[in-house]
Design a protein around this ligand. Structure first.
Ligand SMILES: Cc1ncc(COP(=O)(O)O)c(C=O)c1O
Length: 388
């Protein structure tokens, strides 16, 4: 994305934008170049490093596990895997009863779609415009937007991508073959869209009345990001399936699909497995991350810092800024122009933020954040936008 010419040709497929920077180390909220230059990471590696880099307790748990047992196929039992599943079920509550582990967010969605199909016998899904659920073929079918889909169409199964505000259209989209409604409680990649409570309540009512499953993609919003363990809790949603990923295993690749008992009982042996799914290293990561939530003031801290962050973002006045919005530590500065030059200017000031779509600067900071880092960002943004 930036300064392409500075990066020598390498052997990687260039499917990622190039930020023109190379990091070799992380510590707390900072990433370091080989030269020792430090950058404040306000994207937490796309929402993964929720407790910062090299968090002492999480690193200790992972290191211990590396020295004990890294990988173990799901056909062999492992106490850490069972414990991680039990803890996740306890944390997500509601209808959640059993867990399927995989290795990425997209895989968590793949499992959710297959389990919904197995339990209903149906293959039509409703998802939302601007939704992002990953890029493997099943998850991509759920993801909206030509940018990602066009080259691969026709995609699998049948997805209707609709607006959450058009209740009539949503209701009429449900057919005899509709298995489930899939949604992110707050859209991330699509531009940090926080929905109205009335719209979320309508989705729940529609699922209840039409007897279709509700699948909630909490891969970005879950695990505390919005100030509750699950963003669904803000709206009183009662999902049948929940997907988690990103930072839930302390930085170890992970996908989690939680399901109700009713759905779990419809999944036959062998039909969906993954060699690395639920490996002891990721399980140790999950337990270490969940242990951090025993600190009862953590969610309060996320909410307070998020409120302060948003309030401060709103104080920046510029004709380039359309809106500052978000919830908890999931925030956006929507611009009237492409976000690249602002991201680049921040990077030149040793601050990392990430894009969402083409014109949004997205912030998904680590939960370690304090007012000090927020104030530094705001002062830098005010300089960038000539508002000092
Ligand atoms: C809401 C949501 N769902 C699914 C995914 C896909 O996760 P992964 O990139 O781990 O496959 C993401 C990734 O950003 C996401 O934000």
């Amino acid at each position: 994305m930036f300064m392409n010419q500075l990066i020598p040709k390498n052997y990687l497929v260039a499917s990622y934008p190039n930020r023109g920077i190379s990091f070799v180390e992380g510590s707390g909220m900072y990433l370091r170049e080989k030269s020792g230059e430090k950058y404040l990471d306000l994207g937490s590696n796309y929402g993964v490093s929720i407790f910062g880099y090299v968090h002492p307790a999480i690193t200790k748990a992972l290191t211990n596990q590396i020295n004990s047992l890294v990988s173990l196929h799901g056909s062999f039992n492992n106490p850490l895997r069972s414990e991680a599943a039990r803890e996740l079920v306890a944390k997500c509550k509601g209808k959640m009863s059993r867990v399927f582990f995989s290795n990425s967010g997209a895989e968590a969605i793949e499992a959710a779609l297959k389990f919904a199909c197995l339990s209903t016998g149906k293959q039509h899904f409703i998802a939302l415009k601007n939704s992002y659920h990953g890029k493997t073929l099943g998850a991509l079918s759920a993801t909206s937007g030509d940018k990602y889909r066009h080259a691969f169409e026709p995609l699998v199964w049948d997805f209707s991508h609709l607006s959450i505000t058009d209740h009539q259209l949503l209701a009429s989209a449900v057919t005899e073959n509709t298995a489930a409604f899939l949604l992110e409680p707050v859209q991330g990649e699509g531009g940090i869209h926080v929905f109205k409570e009335a719209d979320m309540k309508f989705v729940q009512k529609l699922c209840d009345e039409k007897n279709i499953l509700l699948i909630v993609d909490e891969i970005q919003t879950g695990v505390g990001r919005t100030g509750k363990f699950l963003a669904s809790e803000h709206y009183g949603l009662q999902p049948d399936i929940i997907c988690l990923g990103k930072g839930i295993a302390g930085g170890i690749p992970i996908g989690v699909t939680l399901v109700s008992e009713e759905i779990a009982l419809k999944v036959p042996v062998h039909i969906h497995t993954s060699t690395f799914g639920g490996n002891p290293l990721a399980s140790a990561g999950i337990l270490a991350v969940l242990a951090e939530f025993e600190n009862t003031s953590l969610l309060k801290h996320i909410t307070e810092m998020g409120d302060y962050f948003l309030r401060e973002l709103k104080t920046i006045k510029s004709n380039k800024i359309k809106e500052a919005r978000g919830i908890g530590l999931m925030l956006a500065l929507e611009l009237y122009e492409n976000a690249t030059s602002t991201l680049k200017a921040l990077q030149q000031n040793h601050i990392i933020a990430i894009p969402a779509g083409s014109n949004i600067v997205r912030f998904l900071p680590s939960y370690l954040i304090t007012k000090k880092e927020i104030d530094l960002l705001i002062a830098t943004l005010k300089r960038i936008f000539n508002y000092v």
